[in-house]
Write a protein that binds this ligand. Structure first.
Ligand code: GH3
Ligand code: MG
Ligand code: MG
Ligand code: MG
Length: 328
């Protein structure tokens, strides 16, 4: 496959015989090092691979190999419905949704052409396969796709940054409070108890004063990791203040919550935080206040913020009676 200046864009492993099958698919991924050259995910040594298999097999193969920057060329054959169905599937699946798709039609079929564009083809060749035309259209798809991918990445990164605490990588307050609200609503509906905890490091100001802010930051990072590793994937962990963490355990009873809070206390003070640069060991403890939804919802409903308030009061109890402990 060459472009107008006879630059080679890609190679087929075997002669591309179009329109013999119901639907034929070529996979291609642009090779970053050479720009417009193409490589395939199926056989790394062969820039194009030709798949001539039944549609369902092809689709499951696609799901496995397709990366978001893969390109698919769906070649419509004697039965355009097959090609269009394939296109619809490509656009419906998360793994292939953002592929660049060029549909090649056997001959002048304006009805199929419109359907293909409507289903999300990036471009259509309406007059059959012509290598030079394909090369030009592919180049243009690649260019536009790179631009769109860049935009999408920026949006994703922006959204992520807005809800993430940069020091610890945990969720921040902006994410945590609406999430807590959703868990509270879900729990009222499903009548499942859940737990809200506030964990606050003990005498953290003294750690900063004694070892410096940089060491203090490192302590926050390390302890955040310990908390995350101890909690279950469904539990929410967020940094909602300087040295203060919100933990929400959905669908959890009192005994389990108490157990988890005790474990969190232990993983924090089990071993001191080692600061590599200055080779010092900083012992840290944490106090945790826990509030169970069932203790505060005689009417069956409780707001997330009210529970957070109760957890805060419990935390105050843990602090004033000696720290390094859980109050439930
Ligand atoms: P208590 O046991 O009562 O919680 O005492 P404490 O010293 O932990 O509480 P206090 O609220 O008096 O101090 C919290 C300290 O946390 C003050 C602040 O310097 C420190 N801190 C807050 N955010 C950060 C941060 O991002 N990095 C560092 N290094 N320190 C922080
Ligand atoms: Mg404090
Ligand atoms: Mg503190
Ligand atoms: Mg605090």
């Amino acid at each position: 496959l060459k472009d107008r200046t006879s630059r080679v864009l890609g190679f087929a492993e075997q002669p591309i015989s179009l329109f013999e099958n119901q639907a034929t698919i070529l996979f291609a991924t642009p090779d970053k090092s050479t720009g417009l050259r193409w490589r395939t995910h199926i056989k790394p040594l062969v820039p194009f691979a030709l798949l001539q298999k039944p549609l369902c097999e092809t689709l499951s193969a696609m799901a496995k190999i397709a990366t978001p920057d893969a390109f698919v060329i769906a070649l419509d054959a004697s039965a355009p419905e097959e090609g269009l169905r394939l296109l619809a599937e490509i656009r419906a699946r998360a793994t292939t949704r953002h592929c660049g798709v060029l549909v090649v039609l056997e001959n002048d079929r304006s009805d199929t052409l419109i359907d293909a564009l409507d289903l999300g083809a990036n471009d259509v060749m309406a007059h059959g396969f012509d290598p030079e035309e394909m090369a030009v259209r592919l180049s243009s798809i690649v260019k536009h796709k790179r631009f769109r991918d860049g935009l999408r990445r920026n949006v994703q990164e922006g959204l992520e940054a807005a809800v993430t605490d940069p020091l610890t990588g945990l969720f921040n307050r902006r994410y945590a409070l609406p999430h807590l609200k959703r868990i509270a609503e879900f729990s009222s509906r499903t009548k499942r108890d859940f737990a809200v905890m506030v964990a606050d490091l003990d005498h953290f100001k003294a750690i900063n004063d004694r070892y410096g802010h940089v060491a203090g930051d490192r302590v926050l990072e390390v302890l955040s990791g310990r908390l995350r590793d101890t909690l279950r994937p469904v539990d929410l962990l967020a940094r909602i203040g300087g040295e203060e963490f919100l933990i929400v355990l959905p669908a959890t009873d009192r005994a389990t919550a108490r157990n988890m809070a005790d474990r969190l206390c232990r993983v924090i003070n089990r071993e001191p935080v080692h600061i590599q640069k200055s080779d010092i060991q900083i012992p840290v403890t944490v106090s945790i206040g826990v509030a169970m939804a069932s203790d505060h919802s005689s009417t069956g409903e409780i707001s997330g913020t009210a529970l957070l308030d109760h957890a805060d009061r419990a935390l105050y109890g843990a602090k004033s009676t000696g720290r390094n402990q859980v109050t439930l």
